[in-house]
Design a protein around this ligand. Structure first.
Ligand SMILES: Cc1cc2nc3c(=O)[nH]c(=O)nc-3n(C[C@H](O)[C@H](O)[C@H](O)COP(=O)(O)O)c2cc1C
Length: 176
């Protein structure tokens, strides 16, 4: 059976560097594995405890089901003001409910960050890597930070080998 790996971008921008890297991962050919780009950051409504019932919003229910059915999850994130973008936090918040019985428990999770600046998204990646085990998920792969990313993706979406190599290695690890 084909393993599905969900690839989640933390950016909504059409010209997002993060999403470009997510697309590059989805273009990798790994036998028996399919990488699926998901825009939960756009589709999932803002967390509302009053809607966090046995019948949550359909977008949330669909996301949780896809996470449970996935082999692994890969999150690509920019850094916004020294932290993860609010949209990714919102996705994690919905995915981490209900407490102790949620979709991320036992899930294998990889994270990468990128930025046009020097940080490579460090604070966002550090945060996600720190909370992954706290949520009962399993962290896969090393800390991947891609700085100066604006210089490493061509106009046609081709990603420089210095970025694609480590991303591909993480993808293969997630596919194991
Ligand atoms: C609200 C906001 C806050 C940001 N804060 C940081 C920051 O703290 N550190 C940094 O290196 N870049 C920061 N940036 C720049 C982003 O890293 C840059 O816009 C990046 O390209 C966004 O990712 P994307 O290309 O995937 O959309 C910020 C951008 C925005 C919009």
């Amino acid at each position: 059976m084909t393993k599905h790996i969900l690839v989640i971008s933390g950016s909504l921008r059409k010209a997002s560097f993060t999403t470009a890297l997510c697309r590059a991962v989805c273009g990798l050919q790994i036998e028996g594995t399919k990488f699926v780009l998901r825009d939960y950051v756009r589709t999932v409504p803002m967390y509302d405890g009053d809607l966090d019932t046995d019948s949550p919003p359909i977008e949330v229910a669909d996301m949780r089901r896809e996470i449970v059915e996935s082999h692994a999850v890969l999150i690509g994130t920019p850094v916004y003001n020294y932290n993860i973008p609010g949209g990714i936090k919102n996705v994690v918040d919905w995915a981490s409910r209900p407490y102790a019985k949620h979709s991320l428990i036992g899930r294998r999770v990889g994270v990468f960050g990128c930025s046009p600046g020097d940080s490579g998204g460090k604070q966002a990646v550090e945060y996600l890597r720190q909370i992954t085990p706290l949520l009962g998920a399993t962290l896969v792969g090393p800390e991947l930070l891609f700085s100066k990313i604006n210089t490493l993706i061509a106009a046609d979406g081709t990603v420089d080998a210095s970025v694609l190599g480590p991303l591909s290695a993480l993808a293969h690890e997630l596919a194991e």
